[in-house]
Design a binder for this molecule. Sequence first.
Ligand code: ATP
Ligand code: MG
Length: 295
Amino acid sequence: MPTLEVRGLSKSIDGHPVLKDVTFGLQDGELAAILGPSGGGKTTLFRCILGELTPEAGEIFIDGQEVGQLPTERRGIGVVYQSFALFPHLSVADNIGYGLRARRVPADTASERISEMLDLVHLQGKENRFPRELSGGERQRVALARALCVGPKILLLDEAFGSLDATMRTQVVQEVRSIIRRQKVTTLFITHDQEEAFMFARRMIVLNDGRVVASGSPETMMKHSDPFIQDFMKMVLFADAIVQMGPDGAPYITLDGGAKIPVHIPDVRGGEKVHVMVKKGAEAERIEVWQRDAK
Ligand SMILES: Nc1ncnc2c1ncn2[C@@H]1O[C@H](COP(=O)(O)OP(=O)(O)OP(=O)(O)O)[C@@H](O)[C@H]1O
Ligand SMILES: [Mg+2]
């Protein structure tokens, strides 16, 4: 049984059909990306899953339960938004524990859980800071800890990394991904950015003009005829590789054709397995994004 199942979902806004018969499912612990161009219907889908919008047709199941009649707070969904939406007047600890207080969890249980979450997102020692005293990546991890703190059945991220600058983004995406994988929470990641989708998920669900036009691994996407997918895929190749160390200590991988390319993965060790997306640039091939656990 999928943990999240969306079946035949249709939704119009102002008489304009935005979602058209959208169907997909996420297995327990699966990490999938909803990918599609701006205006494709991603946020509308997200809001239907959350229960902020009521679809005209179709059903949504979470853990086998049809949630059409359930209010947002009873659907068991954790959310991270692009803007993080942290409470500026609350400390890191109070932001993380917000959902526990709302559920009237006793103070000692709550502080234990908050402490676990601080460990999980590596923010021990920063619990008394305010959001304005944190970097973008740290804020992102507070938002993630807050979403995970109440133990949601599913986690939704809507353009969650859009406000980070490019250099920081790759690292933060990888960190967030590894935290989510350790928690084994079923996660739907929404983005218009193909690189982000690849960094995050091994399965992509492409939503274009309100319809699911493709679903599968990045490799299967390469063979797909949808123009949005093709446009992007012609610039990249995917590979599973084992990191090697050069004589100068610089890590690299060897592609099937024999090409050796450097990898810029923090703290990477020789022998580590990685799944990489290599962008074909005008100059030498360069690795821009990767997944460490090649699963
Ligand atoms: N409140 C609204 N009123 C009218 N039209 C809306 C409203 N919300 C969304 N739409 C329309 O629905 C379509 C899908 O919008 P949606 O926000 O779901 O797209 P998206 O895929 O999230 O785009 P983006 O990548 O830009 O965030 C768009 O054509 C948009 O103009
Ligand atoms: Mg959107």
